[in-house]
Design a protein around this ligand. Structure first.
Ligand code: SAH
Length: 247
């Protein structure tokens, strides 16, 4: 697949950004590294002259950016979702380092759409948002001061994607082997998780008012398996059969 088609499959998603300067800075970092798809989830101040000013020669990235109302909307068509995190979280999640992240994104971009999520300047991504991700990536910064500026974090990870694309062109990064079915998208997976939790509630297997970490653990389990469309539809068929039986 030509480079431009892979680049078009890689979406940089900025969630609830407070400072428009960071949006402009991220757009510039993306264009420098050959990325173009920018998606803004509920930016707090946008459009804004400061974003345009900070984007410098990357105004086209800003004018083509899509603005959406939720993370779900931003990632609906994506089959690989990677979330960035400036610090350790309570429940461990499959983790890749920035280099592995660049390589994985470049390899998978041949087959489907990908989202790389960046959080709010003051508090990053929420646990809910992080749990929608297949992998987390942490830039191994100084543990005593680990949080990078948002646009700088975009720069580092976009650079790693760039390095992976150059390695691929030189034959140093292999192609992924072909799978027989397309991988499920985030939208398919959200529907599956809703169906699963409703069925478990009907079975009294869990109490929706006191779910503890059950749903999180199930999300982590199913995200780890990278289900394809056929597998999701088999499991949803099974859930429907269970629901019919108990009604
Ligand atoms: N105080 C927040 C820091 C947010 S920094 C927190 O503790 O989560 C804003 C965003 O920049 C983060 O959500 C992430 O997308 C990115 N970022 C900053 N430092 C990072 C790092 N070391 N590794 C990966 N992403 C980082």
């Amino acid at each position: 697949m030509p480079t431009a088609a892979r680049q078009a499959n890689i979406k940089i998603v900025l969630v609830n950004t407070a400072h428009p300067g960071n949006i402009g800075g991220a757009a510039r970092a993306m264009k420098n590294m050959g990325l173009a798809e920018l998606c803004l989830v509920e930016p707090r101040e946008y459009p804004a002259p400061r974003a345009v000013w900070r984007s410098a020669g990357a105004r086209d990235i800003l004018s083509n950016a899509t603005v959406v109302g939720s993370v779900d909307e931003a990632i609906a068509d994506c089959s690989l979702v990677v979330g960035t995190s400036a610090r350790e979280r309570r429940i461990p999640w499959p983790l890749v380092n920035p280099r592995e992240c660049g390589e994985k994104i470049w390899q998978e971009a041949e087959h489907h759409k990908i989202a790389l999520l960046f959080g709010r300047e003051d508090r990053g991504l929420t646990n809910d948002e992080l749990q929608k991700c297949h992998y987390h990536v942490h830039i191994p910064s100084n543990p005593e001061y680990s949080s990078l500026n948002l646009a700088t974090a975009v720069q580092v990870l976009a650079y790693e994607i760039r390095m992976a694309s150059l390695a691929y062109e030189n034959g140093a990064l292999p192609e992924l082997s072909q799978w027989d079915q397309p991988l499920a998208t985030s939208e398919d997976l959200e529907h599956f998780h809703t169906h699963l939790s409703e069925t478990m509630a009907t079975l009294n297997f869990y109490d929706p008012d006191n779910p503890k970490q059950l749903l999180t653990r199930l999300r982590r389990l199913f995200n780890r398996t990278r289900m394809d469309e056929m597998e999701v539809s088999i499991l949803r068929g099974l859930l429907s059969a269970v629901q019919r039986k108990i009604k």
